[in-house]
Design a protein around this ligand. Structure first.
Ligand SMILES: [Cu+2]
Length: 125
C-alpha cells in the first residue's frame, strides 16, 4: 500500500514539473490589463498585423493565428517563439519591449517555398 502511495506521489511531482515548464510558454502567460492588443495573422508566406507601432515598457499582446498552414511566430533578438497552425484558437503572445528600435518578426517553422522571406517589421518608440 505504501509503495502505491509513493508511486502516486512521484507521478504527481512529474505532473507538477510538467506544468511548471508549461507556464514558461508565452501562450499560457497572463495578459496584463494594460497590454496593447495586436492581431497577427500568419499565411503563406506573410504576417498581417493590424498595428506595427508600439511603446517601450508597454506590454504587447500579440493575438496570433494562422489562416493557412503552420508557422512560427518569433521576434528576432528575443526569446519569443510560438508555433501557430491553421484551425487552432488564436494564441496570446505577450512581450514587453525594453528598448526602442525596429524589430523583425520572422517565421521560424519551415512552411514552404516562401519561408525564408516570411518576415515583417514592427517599431518600438
Ligand atoms: Cu515558415
Amino acid at each position: 500500500m505504501k509503495k502505491q502511495w509513493f508511486a502516486a506521489g512521484a507521478f504527481l511531482m512529474l505532473m507538477l514539473g510538467g506544468c511548471g515548464q508549461a507556464t514558461q510558454q508565452p501562450s499560457s502567460q497572463q495578459v496584463p490589463a494594460n497590454a496593447v492588443k495586436v492581431h497577427v495573422i500568419a499565411s503563406d508566406f506573410k504576417w498581417t498585423l493590424d498595428k506595427t507601432d508600439f511603446q517601450v515598457g508597454k506590454p504587447i499582446d500579440f493575438i496570433v493565428s494562422s489562416k493557412e498552414g503552420t508557422h512560427g511566430f518569433s521576434i528576432e533578438g528575443t526569446n519569443i517563439s510560438e508555433t501557430v497552425s491553421q484551425g487552432d484558437a488564436p494564441v496570446d503572445v505577450v512581450w514587453t519591449p525594453k528598448k526602442s528600435g525596429t524589430y523583425t518578426i520572422r517565421c521560424n517553422v519551415f512552411c514552404g517555398s516562401g519561408h525564408a522571406n516570411m518576415m515583417t517589421t514592427i517599431h518600438v518608440h
